[in-house]
Design a protein around this ligand. Structure first.
Ligand SMILES: O=c1ccn([C@@H]2O[C@H](COP(=O)(O)OP(=O)(O)O[C@H]3OC[C@@H](O)[C@H](O)[C@H]3O)[C@@H](O)[C@H]2O)c(=O)[nH]1
Length: 327
């Protein structure tokens, strides 16, 4: 393979799925990961360089050895709740870590970057669906750190000629349909894996955070996007930068909203297992409804989600939790 991409956080959930798609597109993914939350067994499509974002020497050496055309930067702390309790960890790992990484890239002459951003940078949006020009007012430290890195990339573009694509993911879910990769977070806090754990009897029940929202069934609405559709968008972003594309910010979602209750119902449909639930009060900081307008990603990256209907998301995720797919 003559094309190479350096992938920080390539041992994690979205990073590893992206490495698989990069390899399928003929691009060698070189993973740079400190394995603090990622898994060594997720690194299957290229070499692993073990290190942290602050290990400037190791990053420079990896760039000089492998000569990547682009960096994809996933490595980050990514729990909203933890970011409220321990913001220092988030500013250190995400913001300071990214400054260090960008400086290493500058030193080694790598200036194309695809960055893992998030819909959490929008906070509670004033209108729906969310377009890229929606005001970014994050409501938690996690979202603020991601917004700061987006802003940093803009400054690095102006001053040093960096070219970047910031991909703002909505709710990543699902798993590799071929079963080579699964979602493995510890602790697991996200809705779909928590609900599947409950359906499989591995946790007692799913806590549902509020059913008194102003939505049709009272539960929160989110835009679930299949991790393989996200992975394809990263490959498209690498090509976009290779072809001279201008700096870009793009939403990646399905463009559809699904409520917590609809997720629970879909799990029952697909697995014939009931999700035992316990109704709790609202979780602090949860916006009632979030879903993306993805027109811009379509136009610039040719983004066309193929697997992001809720049944397919659950069908691909369920086996990783020991559940059979029955419909
Ligand atoms: O156990 C749970 C978990 C989640 N939920 C609800 O399910 C919905 C989705 O919650 P998740 O925790 O899966 O995800 P969030 O919508 O909070 O997204 C967050 O986490 C993933 C990040 O990448 C996003 O950027 C961030 O905003 C919310 O409405 C939440 O209240 C439950 O009812 N019970």
């Amino acid at each position: 393979m003559s094309r190479v991409v350096l992938v920080t956080g390539g041992a994690g959930f979205i990073g590893s799925h992206t490495c698989k798609r990069l390899a399928a597109a003929g691009i060698l993914p070189v993973v740079f990961d400190n394995l603090s939350t990622g898994h060594r067994t997720n690194v299957r499509w290229g070499p692993l360089v073990e290190g942290g974002l602050e290990d400037t020497g190791r990053i420079v050496e990896a760039i000089q050895t492998f000569r990547p055309e682009c960096l994809i930067h996933f490595a980050a702390s990514a729990y909203v709740g933890e970011s409220v309790e321990d913001p220092g960890k988030y500013y250190r790992n995400n913001v300071a870590g990214s400054v260090s990484l960008l400086e290493a890239c500058r030193q080694a002459g790598l200036n194309r970057i695809v960055f893992s951003s998030t819909c959490a940078t929008y906070g509670v949006p004033p209108r729906l669906p969310i377009t890229e020009d929606t005001v970014q007012l994050p409501v938690n430290p996690y979202g603020r750190t991601k917004l700061m890195i987006e802003l940093m990339l803009g400054d690095y573009a102006r001053a040093y000629g960096f070219r970047s694509v910031a991909l703002r993911y909505f709710n990543a879910a699902g798993a590799d349909p071929e079963g080579q990769l699964t979602e493995r977070h510890d602790p697991e806090t996200h809705l779909i894996p928590r609900a599947l754990l409950a359906a499989a009897g591995r946790v007692d029940r799913l806590d549902v955070f509020g059913d008194d929202y102003a939505t049709p069934d009272g539960t929160c609405i989110r835009d679930y996007i299949h991790v393989v559709d996200l992975a394809e968008a990263h490959v498209a972003a690498v090509d976009y930068l290779r072809d001279g594309g201008d700096p870009l910010k793009a939403n990646l979602g399905s463009g559809r909203g699904t409520s917590v209750r609809q997720v629970i119902d879909a799990i029952h449909q697909v697995t014939r297992r009931r999700v035992p639930v316990q109704l709790l009060p609202r979780r602090a900081g949860d916006p009632p409804v979030l879903y993306a307008d993805t027109t811009w990603a379509r136009r610039t990256l040719g983004f066309r989600p193929q697997l992001s209907d809720i049944e397919t998301i659950i069908k691909t995720a369920a086996p990783g939790f020991g559940l059979e797919v029955r419909s």
